[in-house]
Ligand binder design. Structure first.
Ligand code: GDP
Length: 310
């Protein structure tokens, strides 16, 4: 199996999430050419542009030195609590991005609380360290206090820290280090985000966390394969939100590469993937092996995402 890392990236609006991800894609050469960067990495949703905030989770993946890093961009807004919770269930850690001048803000506190409650151990990124008025030491103290206020456990309190400037295109593990690239951040992700332990041999179990609409293939269900393997042509059983089971055949499978979805013949436990061609599919559904229908517990559905993307 590929060496996978699954992380969500969490930041208050304007703390530099989009710039940082663009830079990671560029430096890892997952994205080359101009098309993708013209259309900024994580900023393509019209509704989002209108409101100026990131509201729908998005996936991208970086290929770097034999690893696949799936990055889920997480909405920081409390109105999307259900979506945030579902996204956090897809990943094994979060990158908590904090502006080196502003420090933690209320919107990210919400997501941090959820992450800690789910037992995730965040990696803290103090960002925009090029800012002349930046105060990274102070901001690190503020982040530590916030973890304490949110009742982080000892392991969570002992969080790894990376200092970064998405704009400057560099990251470092200690403030006094010299660095001219993002390598230290990628290394920290590989080192501190636990690799998925999901079993690829057992019966298939994939839970849908979020949806996208694609003009060519229609509704696309995005989620994590928690167990087993799924191939094009496989018969599956969809366990729907109301408990109803329907039989289906897998016709279109995707992984992520940079900003694009890429066709896959087969996807396997531990990966974040997309499935198209399943009519009416909704977040919360579990796609199961026909002889082993074993739905995962339903996850929150109390937010407007579903109606928004359909
Ligand atoms: P997002 O809302 O978190 O996605 O933030 P953006 O990436 O869109 O950045 C918000 C603003 O901060 C933009 O004006 C960026 O140019 C600026 N910015 C982003 N990263 C950095 C950084 O590392 N240093 C400085 N000084 N500014 C940055």
């Amino acid at each position: 199996m590929t060496n996978i890392r699954n992380i969500a990236i969490v930041a208050h609006v304007d703390h530099g999430k989009t710039t940082l991800i663009d830079e990671l894609l560029k430096q890892s050469q997952t994205v080359s050419g101009h098309r993708e960067l013209a259309e900024r990495a994580m900023d393509s949703n019209d509704l989002e542009k209108e409101r100026g905030i990131t509201i729908v989770a998005k996936c991208t993946a970086i290929d770097w030195e034999g690893y696949r890093i799936n990055i889920i961009d997480t909405p920081g807004h409390a109105d999307f609590g259900g979506e945030v919770e579902r996204v956090l269930k897809l990943v094994d850690s979060v990158l908590l991005l904090v502006d080196s001048f502003e420090g933690p803000m209320p919107q990210t506190k919400f997501v941090l609380r959820k992450s800690l409650e789910l037992g995730l151990r965040p990696v803290v990124v103090i960002n925009k360290i090029d800012r002349p008025n930046g105060r990274p030491d102070k901001v690190l103290d503020m982040v530590f206090d916030l973890f304490g206020d949110l009742e982080a456990d000892d392991e969570q309190l002992d969080f790894p820290v990376v200092y970064a400037s998405g704009l400057g295109g560099f990251a470092k593990k200690e403030l006094e280090d010299e660095s001219s690239d993002m390598r230290p951040l990628l290394e920290a992700i590989i080192e501190h985000v636990p690799p998925p332990k999901d079993d690829p041999e057992g019966p298939l179990q994939m839970q849908v966390a979020t949806l996208k609409y694609d003009e060519y293939v229609g509704r696309v269900a995005i989620g994590r394969v928690f167990r087993g393997t799924m191939r094009i042509g496989d018969r599956v059983v969809r366990s729907q939100r109301d408990g109803e089971q329907i039989s289906a055949r897998i016709t279109k499978l995707f992984g992520f590469k940079g900003l694009d979805r890429v066709d896959r013949e087969e996807v396997s436990a531990g990966d974040i993937v997309a499935v198209a061609g399943l009519e009416g599919i909704l977040p919360g559904e579990t796609i199961c092996a026909p002889d082993h229908v074993d739905p995962l517990p339903m996850i929150a559905i109390d937010e407007p995402t579903v109606s928004m993307v359909l």
